[in-house]
Design a binder for this molecule. Structure first.
Ligand SMILES: Cc1ncc(COP(=O)(O)O)c(C=O)c1O
Length: 398
């Protein structure tokens, strides 16, 4: 038999996305697609120094497999950070280290979802999470939102509607802080209201808080989890946005019973102890100053991006002006189709996240997300000018 010709096509499990995953490959010059942080802010020297210390102290322990929940001192550090910054009382035993919040999302979804389950999301939500939910056979129901995110009355109506039909939502997935993609930031009162509605209907909340550190304006609110006295909120966070996605470090924080169940499916999947050690030793000494530096960088880039959209696209688009996070959310005139336009935009070296990626019904045709975190001010200005010119030519701004 010839080498390398075995046909796996009838062996690949149902529900696995097609090989391209619908995503065009390769980076282009003006790449606004992904929420990367700023490469110049990567703390290479600080991490190297921290890693040196960590290996002297604990390097010998790397010959052993890590604790199934991840490095104990790292989990202690996370518990302390969550208490100080997010008002949460969780013990290190309630934390599992993951390879980013993406893996935390995958674990929670795997744990909670049976095929056919209804999962509530915001009207627009993070494409990665929705992809995982769809792969588990979930039916996604989006709930209306405003500048503070999920609307409690709309959530109540949706849950009641399901109950009337004899259905119940399995859980509510919410990104309350600098919501992806809209940038919505949920205030304290709204958090209380959303939690109260969820609890009245007996539906747990999964709170994805991976942008909480990246606040450059407005007042911080404690996490929804911190307001929950029933223990019905599952939480995850990430170090991707404050250190780097390449470190692949995030975490889940959940009630002990949930953590025990997650451990059963997480076996052997603990993230690299090497990355955890470098991150822990670095952040123990530099967290506040590093995050402050990032906030200044992202505030300035956000201002540049918002100004460029205003200058180049004017009143024909609605554009968010978020107090944190790494992206803008734009609404073009009705009839525009940003997904259909994307391949041609890429030929012009411009890329963005089309609205369809961020909608539970995959139908937000006239929306798009622009990530500015990793681009220079000049590239942001140039790229938005080229994008406006392109949309103009293609008739998307009419
Ligand atoms: C809302 C949200 N959750 C999870 C992730 C996954 O990030 P990571 O796995 O790098 O922590 C992202 C990435 O952009 C995100 O925006």
């Amino acid at each position: 038999m010839a080498r390398g010709v075995f046909d796996f096509s009838d062996r690949i499990a149902k529900g696995i996305p097609s090989p391209s995953g619908g995503r065009p490959g390769g980076r282009v010059r003006h790449d606004f697609t992904t929420a990367f942080p700023d490469p110049d802010s990567f703390p290479a020297d600080g991490l190297l120094e921290a890693l040196g210390r960590a290996l002297k102290d604990e390097g010998r322990d790397l010959v052993y497999y890590p604790h199934p929940q991840g490095h104990p001192a790292m989990r202690e550090f996370i518990a302390g950070k969550l208490e100080r910054e997010r008002g949460m009382k969780v013990t290190p035993d309630q934390i599992i280290l993951t390879t980013g919040s993406g893996q935390a999302v995958a674990r929670y979804v795997e744990l909670l979802t049976d095929p056919g389950d209804v999962i509530i999301t915001e009207k627009f939500s993070y494409s990665g999470t929705m992809g995982i939910m769809r792969r588990h056979g979930a039916r996604l129901v989006g709930v209306d939102m405003d500048a503070e995110g999920l609307l409690p009355d709309a959530l109540d109506d949706t849950l009641k509607g399901l109950e009337t039909r004899g259905e119940r939502a399995k859980f509510i997935y919410v990104i309350p802080t600098f919501q992806n993609p809209t940038g919505a930031d949920m205030g304290l009162e709204r958090r209380r209201q959303v939690l109260a509605v969820a609890q009245r209907h007996g539906v747990p909340i999964f709170e994805d808080d991976c942008y909480a550190d990246l606040r450059f304006g407005g007042e911080p609110s404690p996490s929804i989890q911190s307001l929950d006295e029933e223990g019905s909120t599952l939480y995850c966070g990430s170090f991707s946005k404050i250190v780097a996605p390449g470190m692949r470090l995030g975490f889940m924080a959940a009630p002990p019973s949930v953590i025990e169940s997650v451990k059963a499916i997480h076996l052997g999947a603990t993230p690299s102890q090497f990355a955890a050690l470098a991150t822990l030793y670095y952040l123990r000494d530099h967290l506040d100053e590093h995050v402050q530096e990032l906030r200044d960088i992202f505030r300035a880039k956000k201002d540049t991006a918002v100004a460029a959209v205003g200058e180049r696209m004017g009143s024909r688009v609605e554009c968010s002006d978020p107090d944190g996070g790494l992206y803008l959310w734009l609404r073009l005139p009705e009839g525009a189709d940003t997904a259909a336009a994307l391949p041609k935009a890429r030929e012009r070296q411009i890329s963005y996240g089309p609205g369809t990626n961020f909608s539970p019904g995959q139908d937000a045709y006239n929306y798009l997300r622009l990530c500015y975190g990793h681009l220079t001010h000049e590239t942001i200005r140039e790229g938005i000018a080229s994008l406006a010119e392109f949309f103009e030519e293609e008739g998307l701004l009419k």
